[in-house]
Design a protein around this ligand. Structure first.
Ligand SMILES: [Zn+2]
Length: 213
């Protein structure tokens, strides 16, 4: 099956029900297998969508362990018996630990794990069919995640942003974990042009930049 055909059968929706956290649901429309990325405070709407579409929820994937991203995990897991997926260093109560470059399959949708520490030690981004990147609190539209919380590390964030995410194709769409920017999604190419945190600079300059209030 070609990539184009696969994409046409992918259900993808960004959800913002309560607060500024985004949740995402993706599914293979043929097999009905589905995954949620960051349950957050959006479980009610996620459950409605899953039931309406007769989706079979396979995974609840956490971009990192902060509670505003995992708040709906237990509810989704108890209703649908989905497996909780998180980076192996996460303190989330996970079923499936993942590391950099692991692949998860939801029907014919291929999800690649990119390990992107910096905001937290367990932060991951999820690349779906090499077309959509779910960035959690690593990269926002026009901004990046803070590195001054416990587990945060500006040097790791530099590597994740400048040496990893910036190397991806410009055409890849960016879907962040919070509605902090002027619009809810972007592309790698657009962020490389407009997002001041992706501006090429030395590690020393970046650490200095991140330490500014
Ligand atoms: Zn966070």
């Amino acid at each position: 099956m070609s990539k184009k055909e696969r994409f046409e059968n992918m259900f993808f929706k960004q959800i913002q029900q309560h607060g500024d956290n985004f949740s995402y649901i993706l599914a293979d429309e043929n097999t009905k297998e589905a995954a949620v990325v960051d349950s957050s405070f959006n479980a009610t709407e996620l459950i409605r969508i899953i039931k309406t579409n007769n989706f079979k929820l396979k995974y609840v994937i956490n971009t990192h362990g902060h509670s505003d991203h995992t708040a709906g995990n237990v509810e989704l897991q108890s209703i649908f018996r989905a497996k909780i997926v998180a980076h192996k260093l996460s303190k989330v109560n996970f079923d499936i630990p993942v590391v950099d470059e692991d692949m998860l399959n939801v029907g014919k949708v291929a999800i690649k794990v990119l390990y992107t520490p910096g905001h937290t030690v367990d932060s991951i981004c999820l690349l779906m069919d090499n077309e959509k990147l779910l960035t959690g609190d690593t990269l926002f539209v026009g901004e990046c995640g803070r590195t001054d919380l416990p587990g945060g590390n500006p040097k790791s964030m530099y590597d994740s942003l400048l040496n990893k995410l910036s190397m991806l194709d410009d055409s890849i769409e960016v879907y962040p974990g919070h509605d902090y920017g002027p619009k809810p999604s972007s592309t790698i190419g657009e962020e490389k042009k407009k997002n001041y945190t992706l501006k090429p600079r030395s590690l020393e300059d970046f650490i200095e930049f991140m330490s500014q209030p």
